[in-house]
Design a protein. Sequence first.
Length: 161
Amino acid sequence: MPYQMHSEYLRDLFLNNDLAEGRFKVRDRPVALSDIRTPIFAVGTERDHVAPWRSAFKIHLLADTDVTFLLTTGGHNAGIVSGPDRHDRKYRILPKRAWDRYRDPDAWFARARQKDGSWWPEWVAWLEAWSGTPVTPPAMGASAAGYPVLDDAPGTYVLER
């Protein structure tokens, strides 16, 4: 993440909580979580020291759309970067539809069944369910533009000293 983006992220979204409070600006216009109309897949981690999961769970109160909340084992980094090869992980998932009544975090936790494995396959399934027909991206790179390919990526320059 570039420095300026990271700084704005930490200051505006984390420290000042501008998005949750309707002060975050996009193209000089304030937006709020309640402006989002697309479904949300939100992930929390059980031992997150930066964004405690019960705080992240507040997305249910702030968004007027379908929210699928997933809680995974681990902390801030390990819980998220826990790829599909991690069979020692566990997670809980339970969606809330826009018309559902609010459930507090502890009631959600008691109702959400624990599952074994990485949460990533669950995310892929959610993306597939909410996505349209896959589209093949256009050809890119030198050969698509009619230029000869000089070498396979990443190129020979990375091997030079």
